[in-house]
Write a protein that binds this ligand. Structure first.
Ligand SMILES: [Fe+2]
Ligand SMILES: [Fe+2]
Length: 209
């Protein structure tokens, strides 16, 4: 009764997009790349991890300038507060990523993240087009949640990769960030409850005029 389970000892991370589902490939050539010397040429899963960390470093830095623009365009105090809190977390996430690079003996470098660039661009265009009010707030929440979901998916993968690779410190750092992203997403959902209804009421009032 062979259980084809690979060594995914730490697959209980908070990853939602991934849950250490590394059985799929059932690779016969299970290399022990986790012991690859630190700081050397990256390859395999380690390369994927590092590449994605570079992406996220760029993304988080971009968000430290994008979130303030959202705050400026938001009207709801609750929304402003939640975005402001997450801006502070985001700044912390930048330094957490830098620590993660350091833990792997690598220089922290950022690589332009096309996806985040697009999400931010879309959010900015939307905010420009819309007038101040609950509807714009609803749109800001929608844009912000797209960002959070992208981050949750990516950090979920990165936590899993770093666990498989035995990069415990990286896994811990990124898991902390993952929890913050999930928290931010949940808060936005809560904040949206009133705002979405207000947006609809405002539209009805306008129609009645
Ligand atoms: Fe983030
Ligand atoms: Fe975030």
């Amino acid at each position: 009764m062979a259980t084809p389970s690979k060594k995914t000892s730490a697959s209980k991370s908070g990853s939602s997009a991934q849950n250490g589902s590394s059985n799929k490939g059932k690779s016969k050539t299970q290399k022990t790349e986790r012991s690859s010397p630190k700081g050397q040429d990256e390859q395999g899963l380690r390369k994927l991890l590092v590449d994605q960390m570079k992406d996220m470093l760029w993304a988080e830095k971009k968000l430290t300038t994008a979130i303030p623009k959202m705050i400026k365009k938001a009207s709801s105090e609750e929304l402003i507060e939640s975005l402001t809190n997450h801006l502070e977390e985001t700044k912390e996430q930048v330094s957490r990523l830098e620590q993660a690079f350091q833990a792997m003996n690598l220089k922290a470098t950022a690589k332009e993240c096309e996806a985040m660039k697009g999400l931010v661009k879309e959010a900015e265009e939307l905010m420009e087009e819309m007038e101040e009010g609950s509807l714009r707030d609803a749109a800001i929440i929608c844009a912000a949640q797209k960002v959070e979901h992208y981050e949750i998916a990516t950090y979920g993968c990165l936590v899993t990769y770093s666990q498989i690779l035995g990069e415990t410190e990286v896994a811990e750092l990124l898991n902390e960030t993952l929890s913050e992203e999930k928290g931010a997403d949940e808060t936005l959902t809560e904040v949206s409850q009133n705002i979405n209804w207000m947006a609809e009421e405002e539209a009805e009032e306008e129609d009645a005029e």
